[in-house]
Write a protein that binds this ligand. Structure first.
Ligand SMILES: C[S@@+](CC[C@H](N)C(=O)[O-])C[C@H]1O[C@@H](n2cnc3c(N)ncnc32)[C@H](O)[C@@H]1O
Length: 295
């Protein structure tokens, strides 16, 4: 039986929905609005020199995942990129990982994200950092991007699958758009063995938009999609240490000019506390899978 999926419209474009939680996901992330102006004002207020703005200066707001820019650097290495590489970022957020990859390797990155406000910010921040020609962002669903088959040399996704219940569709889409022999990295928060996640967390207020796979489930999902998994690295201990370093830095130097609180609001404080508890009690794990589409 051919069951058609519901369609929602984002920025005038039809986006096929795999689950009704997508509207709730966008509502969770979008924040109070006027996000470009808010980030602009925060940077100006902190005296950040806009003429010499580099991706690293924005990491406190645009590398929206555990271990920030350090994890993105690992992804750049795992993907084995060159200046000729065209890379797809599934769930590109505010574009920090895309800009870091473009800056480190000279590659070109296309980012797809469900939240229109984030796509607007990602596009603006790329212009501000002089990377507008090598990073491009569009609104879309990572499970059905509408992009051409085998169009990318490499693909990655960072802390996105937690919001996606239809994981087979996500990894099938990653495989479909990747050229044979191309590499795919999935760096995500996984369900640990320590019990249910304590909410709120920086990807969900509650379990209704949170769908964590366990490490064995991830292995099965990637293999079922057709990937060969060539590396699996659990960074949960490093993630815990990273949170402690961030906290020590804030206590020593004060908060950064702009942070995830710009869109998550005051709830971000409790979310950060819960993240540390979730990691310490192994309710969550951070794991990076490096895969190859067989050629
Ligand atoms: C925690 S943020 C991570 C953003 C970015 N990958 C990073 O590491 O900075 C999760 C992102 O996933 C996006 N997202 C969630 N579900 C999605 C879907 N089905 N398709 C595309 N993006 C999605 C959200 O809009 C949000 O930008």
């Amino acid at each position: 039986m051919n069951v058609s999926r519901p369609v929602r419209f984002v920025d005038g474009a039809a986006v096929r929905c795999h689950d009704v939680a997508m509207d709730d996901v966008v509502d969770f992330y979008r924040g109070p609005g006027q996000l470009v102006a808010a980030i602009d004002a925060a940077l100006t207020g902190a005296g950040v020199d806009r003429d010499s703005l580099r991706p690293a200066d924005l990491a406190s707001v645009d590398e929206f995942h555990i271990r920030g820019r350090a994890a993105t650097t690992e992804i750049a290495e795992a993907l084995r990129l060159s200046p000729d590489s065209h890379v797809l970022d599934l769930g590109s957020g505010l574009g920090g990982p895309a800009r870091t990859l473009a800056e480190l390797t000279g590659c070109t990155v296309t980012g797809v994200d469900l939240t229109p406000d984030f796509v607007e910010v990602a596009t603006a921040l790329s212009e501000w950092t002089g990377l507008g020609d090598r990073t491009h962002f569009r609104v879309g669903d990572a499970t059905a991007t509408g992009l051409q088959d085998a169009a990318f040399d490499a693909a990655f996704t960072v802390h996105v699958a937690m919001n996606i219940s239809d994981k087979p569709a996500l990894y099938a889409e990653a495989l479909r758009v990747l050229r044979p022999g191309g590499r795919f990295v999935a760096y995500d928060v996984l369900q640990g063995e320590g019990g249910d996640v304590r909410y709120p967390v920086p990807w969900a207020d509650d379990a209704s938009t949170s769908f964590l796979a366990t490490p064995p489930e991830m292995r099965d999902l990637l293999a079922a999609a057709g990937f060969e998994v060539v590396a699996e690295v659990d960074s949960s201990d490093e993630s815990l240490a990273w949170f402690r370093e961030v906290r020590a830095r804030v206590e020593r130097d004060g908060p950064p000019p702009v942070s995830f609180g710009a869109f998550l609001g005051e709830r971000f404080g409790q979310m950060a506390v819960n993240q540390v508890t979730n990691l310490a009690e192994r309710r969550i794990r951070t794991v990076m899978f490096t895969c190859v589409r067989p050629g």
